[in-house]
Write a new protein. Structure first.
Length: 307
């Protein structure tokens, strides 16, 4: 039996359409498919969404196929949630086996374990819902609290909170760095096991305290230098003070010279005034002959009287 419906929104109960007792709910802008004796195939296109078992997915296209629609394939702008495992994910391509409960996510996969505050990125992640184990490959980047892990290959056991890495693995914990051929990390206890060509760097508490102390001293030194610089800027230099003193002495000397010149000028003026008076008296005597005779006569009388 063939069918094609455009556009449509569907709600199909498995009891009525599928042999499985599980229920599948889906919707899309359009649907096309084939239903046969041994195989069923349905293609959902445009804003496709589907909810099957504990898995809920939205994508550009979703295809259901196989006996009793066992397999699911999605592509384009995929967003998904697994309610049982409490996982959210995004990618551009995925497949899901409803029987084995295994999901394979491909291309720019971003996985979030909300229960354990773990985020992981990789090009391919295969997650087994039954065992709660995620196998990650190519450009693995996982972050949990203070742990930042990178590797080419990693196995994340969600239930036990264990991470096994290989392919140039590296773990960074705060300022500590660990590298080896293989690294095992307990995300609960932060315990690390390194195997093969082990190398890394560890910052001790004393080193950290010393670094903090040096940093504090440097800051205090910078503050002191800044203060000295400001004080130097605000206070004049010795040369400036000397120049100001010389200017002051020169001004005092100029004032003293001006005062002396004024006094000399005044004295010269007084001398000239007295000389002018004497000249005037002489002129008066020359101009008045009688007065001159009177003076002579007066002087003669005084002389006679003395004799």
């Amino acid at each position: 039996m063939k069918y094609k419906m455009l556009p449509a929104v569907f709600l199909i109960a498995a009891a009525a359409v599928f042999a499985s007792a599980e229920k599948i709910t889906f919707s899309a802008d359009s649907m096309s498919g084939v239903s046969g004796k041994n195989s069923d195939r349905t293609m959902l296109t445009g804003n496709a969404t589907i909810k099957a078992d504990e898995l809920e997915i939205s994508a550009d296209t979703i295809e259901l196929y196989g006996s009793d629609f066992r397999f699911m394939k999605a592509s384009g702008n995929i967003k998904g949630t697994n309610s049982k495992s409490k996982l959210d994910f995004t990618c551009s391509s995925m497949t899901y086996d409803r029987s084995s409960k295994i999901a394979v996510l491909r291309n720019a996969v971003h996985l979030i374990d909300k229960e354990n505050n773990v985020t992981a990125d990789a090009e391919l992640i295969e997650y087994n819902q039954k065992t709660e184990v995620a196998v990650m490959q190519i450009n693995v980047y996982l972050v949990q609290d203070k742990n930042t892990c990178t590797a080419a290959h990693a196995v994340y056991n969600k239930k036990q909170q264990l991470l096994d890495m290989s392919g140039n693995p590296q773990v960074v914990q705060n300022q500590d760095v660990f590298r080896a051929q293989e690294i095992s990390l307990n995300l609960k206890t932060d315990e690390i096991t390194l195997d093969g060509h082990v190398r890394g760097s560890v910052t001790t508490k004393d080193s950290a305290s010393s670094a903090n102390k040096d940093s504090g001293e440097k800051k205090d030194g910078d503050k002191a230098e800044s203060k000295d610089s400001e004080d130097t800027k605000d206070s004049p230099s010795k040369e400036e003070q000397a120049d100001k003193a010389d200017d002051k002495d020169q001004k005092e000397a100029d004032k003293s010279d001006d005062k002396g010149k004024k006094e000399d000028s005044k004295a010269d003026g007084n001398k000239k005034e007295e000389a002018s008076k004497d000249d005037k008296k002489e002129n008066d005597i020359k101009e008045d002959p009688k007065k001159d005779e009177y003076v002579k006569e007066k002087g003669k009388e005084e002389k006679d009287a003395k004799q």
